[in-house]
Write a protein that binds this ligand. Structure first.
Ligand SMILES: [Zn+2]
Length: 134
């Protein structure tokens, strides 16, 4: 409870946006209660599971702003954010690979340059040496 200022962005978002707008699987309600997974006994969705604030469940609250999230939607969010992350990671890896290849190419060219420069200098030195010796 001490680092509220540091890691409060998620919690405050949940609080501001309220019920039904949690992205992914909710870990904890903004009120501090743990989330429970339960079946909602409604006629339209007799078997559809949802994540619900433990407090709101215990008090049988209705139309409140405690966490409420369909399990399938939460899992879909997780899958979506995971695939977005995967695509991002793949793109980063591609860029890194490209950069590394360019770096290797540049390094190779520099080594080649240095080698030819060294050869040219050696030629000059050996000519100077032979001039001296003659
Ligand atoms: Zn709650």
């Amino acid at each position: 409870m001490s680092n509220v200022s540091g890691d409060s962005s998620c919690a405050s978002n949940v609080r501001e946006r309220g019920r039904g707008t949690v992205v992914g699987v909710p870990k904890r309600c903004w009120c501090g209660e743990a989330i429970v997974a339960k079946n909602l006994k409604s006629e339209s969705n007799p078997c559809r599971r949802n994540f619900r604030c433990g407090y709101a469940t215990a008090k049988k609250l209705m139309n409140d702003d405690h966490v409420f999230k369909w399990v399938d939607e939460a899992l879909l969010d997780e899958v979506e954010s995971f695939s977005v992350q995967t695509v991002k990671l793949q793109m980063e890896m591609e860029i890194e690979k490209k950069m590394q290849m360019e770096l290797e190419k540049e390094l190779f060219e520099r080594v080649e340059d240095a080698k030819s420069e060294l050869k040219a200098r050696m030629k000059v030195i050996s000519r100077l040496l032979s001039d001296c010796l003659l």
